[in-house]
Design a protein around this ligand. Structure first.
Ligand code: ATP
Ligand code: MG
Length: 598
């Protein structure tokens, strides 16, 4: 079953985010099911450690009763050694059980994290616009981490404590039935009370995590825009926002801590009370000679064990509430379906691909139409230069072509197929994109060029650099392909980052190229290198070149001028250049060719 289906099934009928018992079962089955041999082994270890725990007080009773009866040092030494063996064995088995439970828990959450990451990758741009990277990080990492504990500790401790308590109750009842009955009733009552008190905890935890996620989101934005913040002197305002978010995070955290402390306190008071009752009861039985001193110690030890485990179970139920809050937050992401649905798949022709826009209109938000009825055709291997004022919709056109969004009306065809019918991965692998903002990753130049794919040999990368005429640039790099770059720009200028993106695309060998030219002014040498590289990159392929300089579109076949989301003119470059009334020819006359358009 796919994860999205599982989480779909996690959605209860009346309340969209409440998680039911059966749904926990589905989650366990999906993530613990594949590890069943380990889970079984873990359960065996657990049972072993419980048996040893139950045996301990019995040995102590035998020891005390032996002291009182025959006082044989030999027997006492054997009992003491036996006790030592049992205690050591119990710790050893418990350690192994913990190791396996951690292992099982981490395996389960690693799979969950991978599924969640995959799902986030598949969601469209509008989802990512609505959630900051920091917030997503919080959900994919912190909330899933809470589940690690749930998967590993919850099973082992709830099951372990439950079985152990049952065993102790049976053993106590064997000694004295009334004793057993009173303790049993007390435990059932206290756990019911705890369970209902904790029901309230989910909303408290949720508020706290929401505040934490917002703070993480704020930090994500802060570090991303550090340069702009410093340049505009906005530090003071940013700190004010930080204090506001931190204050909220603190107050929600205090609430959850206070809730937890109150809960533990109540548990301890109840424990002291019950221990007192047991002390009085067992002392009166001993005074009446109904039990031996050994049995008295046995009863007290078992009662202490019983209460410790009852508290443990109550705490585990608390962690269940935390897990529920986490599942609900993860759930929210899974209920978000991408507006861009994957197609059934088509067979694209080989070589350069023809491109058709047919009556395409688009709006990011309902009220504001960004593209109006765009229609044009580009034969395979042709290059169109796209020019227009800033905000005229050039990048939006590119986003539709990459299917980051789908048109509100109309269709886009590539190689004769409607984009909506193609597999998204297949479609995007056929389109090479060089954007205005090139994202670099923490890693070497090689990693940044190949997107960490180690199947591309260095020789091919060097050939691509050579073919794009960038050897001079490459030779200036201190450590060649091993030069370390960082995600904040890595010491590359905007132009150099675009050069790097050109090599990326060249290695990808796509059938259609989209080039969204950098708006920043480049130094003449970099600009020359970039123009040369893009010329070689688009040779023999269909291309859409979004240009901010007229020099960039000097060699294209067609020119399209966009104005406020409409095609102002679209024709061959030669025709538009010769037509004195065209916008393009006016631009040519008015503008120094090197001048920026936008
Ligand atoms: P530039 O030359 O500055 O790169 P552009 O022609 O590429 O501009 P677009 O980025 O396509 O312009 O934007 C077209 C319009 O769509 C603008 O009015 C912009 O405000 C709006 N827009 C762009 N991205 C979004 C978004 N994610 N959500 C809402 N509106 C958007
Ligand atoms: Mg743009």
């Amino acid at each position: 079953m796919k994860l999205s289906q599982i989480f779909q099934s996690l959605k209860a009928r009346n309340s969209p985010t409440r998680v039911t018992l059966q749904q926990y079962g589905t989650l366990f089955a999906t993530y613990l099911g594949p590890q069943w041999p380990r889970v079984c082994f873990m359960a065996l270890l657990l049972i072993g450690s419980i048996m040893l725990d139950l045996l301990g007080p019995q040995i102590i009773r035998a020891f005390i009763d032996t002291i009182q009866s025959n006082r044989s040092m030999q027997v006492l030494s054997i009992i003491a050694l036996f006790y030592l063996g049992v205690a050591l064995g119990s710790r050893l088995v418990a350690a192994f059980a913990t190791y396996f439970s951690e292992d099982v828990g981490w395996n389960a959450t690693n799979r969950l994290r991978a599924d969640l990451t995959r799902h986030c990758l598949s969601l469209d741009r509008s989802f990512h616009a609505a959630h900051t990277p920091g917030e997503l990080l919080e959900r994919v990492d912190s909330n899933v981490e809470t589940l690690a504990y749930f998967f590993s500790q919850f099973v082992i401790r709830i099951l372990g404590s439950g079985i152990l308590m049952l065993g102790i109750l049976v053993l106590i009842a064997c000694e004295n039935i009334w004793f057993g009955a009173i303790l049993g009733a007390y435990l059932i009552m206290s756990n019911i009370i705890f369970f209902y008190v904790q029901q309230r905890a989910t909303s408290i935890y949720q508020l706290h995590w929401q505040a934490e996620a917002e703070l993480s989101g704020f930090w994500g934005e802060l570090f991303h825009g550090l340069e702009d913040i410093a340049a505009s002197g906005a530090g003071r305002y940013i700190m004010r926002r930080y204090f506001h978010l931190q204050r909220r995070e603190n107050s929600t955290e205090i609430k959850s801590i206070v809730f937890w402390a109150g809960f533990e306190c109540t548990g301890l008071i109840l424990d002291v009370l019950s221990l007192l009752i047991v002390l009085i009861l067992s002392a009166s039985l001993f005074v009446q000679d109904m039990i031996s001193l050994g049995t008295l110690v046995l009863l007290l030890t078992y009662t202490t064990q019983l209460l410790n485990h009852a508290l443990d179970i109550a705490e585990q139920l608390g962690s269940l509430q935390q897990a529920t809050a986490s599942i609900e937050r993860i759930n929210e992401i899974y209920h978000t379906q991408s507006c861009v649905q994957d197609g059934l798949g088509v067979t694209f022709p080989t070589g350069a691909l023809a491109l058709t826009f047919q009556g395409v209109s688009f709006s990011y938000e309902a009220e504001q139409t960004v593209l109006h009825d765009i229609s044009f055709q580009l034969a395979a291997g042709e290059v169109v230069g796209l020019i227009g004022r800033t905000g005229s919709g050039k990048t939006t056109l590119m986003r539709l072509l990459m299917r980051f969004y789908d048109p509100t009306s109309g269709s886009v065809y590539l190689g004769g197929h409607d984009l909506r019918q193609a597999h998204l991965d297949d479609l995007r692998a056929r389109i090479g994109l060089v954007t205005q903002e090139v994202q670099l990753f923490q890693g070497t130049l090689r990693d940044n060029l190949t997107f960490f794919a180690d199947t591309i040999p260095d020789q091919r990368i060097l050939e691509a650099i050579e073919q794009l005429g960038m050897s001079t640039w490459y030779e200036r790099l201190p450590e060649g392909l091993d030069t370390e770059l960082s995600s904040d720009g890595g010491g590359l200028s905007a132009g150099e980052a675009q050069l790097l993106a050109c090599i990326r695309v060249f290695l990808q060998d796509p059938q259609l190229i989209i080039l969204d030219e950098a708006t920043s002014r480049l130094d003449p040498a970099t600009e020359k290198a970039l123009t040369q590289a893009t010329q070689r990159l688009i040779a023999g392929r269909t291309a859409l070149v979004i240009a901010h300089r007229l020099s960039t579109v000097e060699h294209v076949d067609h020119i399209m001028v966009l104005d406020d989301g409409r095609i102002l003119e679209y024709n061959t470059r030669a025709t538009l250049a010769c037509d004195p009334t065209s916008y393009y020819s006016k631009l040519l006359r008015m503008t120094n060719p090197k001048e920026m358009l936008a």
